[in-house]
Design a protein around this ligand. Sequence first.
Ligand code: 3PG
Length: 207
Amino acid sequence: MSQTDVLHGSRIVPVVVLDDASFAPDLADALTAGGIPCAEITLRTPAALDAIRAIAGRSDFTVGAGTVTTAAQVDAAVDAGATYLVSPGFDDAVAERAAARGVTFIPGVATATEIQRAIAAGLDRLKLFPADAIGGPAAIRAFGGPFPQVRFLPSGGVSATNAAEYLSLGNVFAVSGSWMLPSAALAAKDAGTVRALAASASAAVLA
Ligand code: 3PG
C-alpha cells in the first residue's frame, strides 16, 4: 500500500496524544467530517493501543501508530490494527520488524546519513523531524538534490502558517503535527471543536 493510500488521501496527519481511548471513535468521526480522514495515535499514553483498536478497520478513516521506537511496539501496534507506523527516528530493529509484519513504516530522519540508512532499508517515504528546527522547507529542498526518490512527511514545528509552503514542495507527500489539535481541545473531548479545528486546518493547507 502506498503512503498516500495509508493516509486515505489526506495531506495532513494529526499527531494525537490521547489519554482516553473512549473518545477515539468521536475523534475519528470529527476529523473525517473536518476533511482529515486519518490520524497518528502516538504510543505515549497507556490509552494509545486501546484508542487504535477502537478506530481500526474503518472504511472512511485510517489509523496509524506514532512514536514507535521498539520492535515490540511494532507488534503491539499492528496487532491493535494500525495500518501504518511512524517513528521519530530511524532504528534497524523497528524497520526490520515492520517489514516482517508487512506494515507501512515511515521512520524519522533529520540528516543525510539517516536518509541513506532508511534508503538502504528499502524505505523512501520518511518523516522529517523536527522539520522546522533543522531548516524547514530549505532543508527539504536541499535533501531533494542527492535524494530525488525520497518523499518527506515534515513534522515538528509545522503550523497553519507554514503548512502550505511545505506542501507546495514536490518532495513532500503530507505534513504532520499537533498544531491542528492542541492538547486542550483533546482534553475537553469536544467533537465539535475537533471538527472545526480539522476543517480550519484543511482550509489553511488548501488556500
Ligand atoms: C511529534 O511527533 O511530536 C510531532 O512531530 C509533532 O510535532 P509538533 O507538536 O511540533 O507539531
